[in-house]
Design a protein around this ligand. Structure first.
Ligand code: PAF
Length: 251
């Protein structure tokens, strides 16, 4: 059986965790590396997206990939692009700030599935909304989510972290501090207050959104909601950072 790990390259330990998980499931692990223009609403972000193909091959192979596939644009989008829709979930949170982003994600993931024909595919929980949207595609491919890998101070690993300045890297820790401080709060209202007040302590952090949602519907969570998750997004040094954490274990 083939397990696919779709990536946009600039691999790090977070991707390696996905590849290791795939390898624990199968002897045939394909890692795709394709920086998908369709999911970038900002041409600067696309141009600045880090690229390190040789290192990527090494890291993927070390983690257990049996094939590293770097398709050309024409292979993924041979003719006129038929863009798929990510549906209503694609318009919330990340989708509100990045219009069309999730349409681009589902379009490329669908193409990768069509070409590789994997039985399973592995994605990171760091992009929690992306994971939910890909699960909602209801393709025949089994979708596996893998917990976020973090730096020593709790910052979620991301290919974008390398673009942070030294000071920005220190400031970025505020996201993890906010999530960790809130996750045992006795109510959703208090958890939200803790997140907002913690984020406000870091002037370098420009908040986009910080919300506590029901993991399934992405509606604002209430105290009786069982699967609550805090989701945060914002910019430091102009670099977009996102993170999330399960909430409510305090009750
Ligand atoms: O999470 C990513 O790296 C990308 O969104 C994905 C899933 C590889 C699609 O381009």
């Amino acid at each position: 059986m083939t397990v696919l790990v779709p990536t946009m390259g600039a691999l790090h330990k977070g991707h390696q965790a996905l590849i290791k998980r795939a390898r624990s499931m199968s002897k045939e692990v394909v890692v795709s590396i394709f920086v998908n223009p369709l999911q970038f609403e900002n041409t600067d972000d696309l141009r600045n997206y880090p690229r390190s193909p040789e290192r990527d091959i090494q890291l993927a192979t070390l983690a257990g990939a049996t094939e590293v596939w770097m398709p050309e644009y024409e292979e993924i989008y041979p003719a006129e692009i038929k863009k798929l829709s990510a549906g209503p979930l694609g318009a919330l949170y990340e989708g509100q700030s990045r219009p069309d982003h999730f349409d681009g994600v589902v379009t490329v993931v669908n193409r990768l599935f069509e070409i590789v024909k994997p039985e399973s595919a592995v994605f990171g929980e760091k992009d929690f909304q992306q994971l939910a949207i890909i699960k909602a595609m209801k393709s025949k491919v089994e979708i596996i989510g893998v917990p976020t890998v973090r730096e020593f101070d709790g910052l979620a690993l991301s290919s974008r972290n390398v673009r942070l300045s030294e000071q920005g890297r220190v400031s970025a820790n505020v996201i993890q501090r906010a999530l960790a401080a809130a996750h045992l709060a006795p109510s959703v209202v208090i958890a939200q207050e803790i997140i907002d007040s913690t984020l406000a302590t870091e002037t370098g952090f420009k908040k986009d959104y910080a919300a506590i949602i029901d993991e399934d519907s992405f509606e604002i969570a209430r105290d009786e909601t069982r699967n609550k998750r805090a989701i945060i997004a914002g910019w430091i040094d102009g670099v977009r950072l996102i993170d999330n954490m399960k909430m409510g274990e305090g009750r």
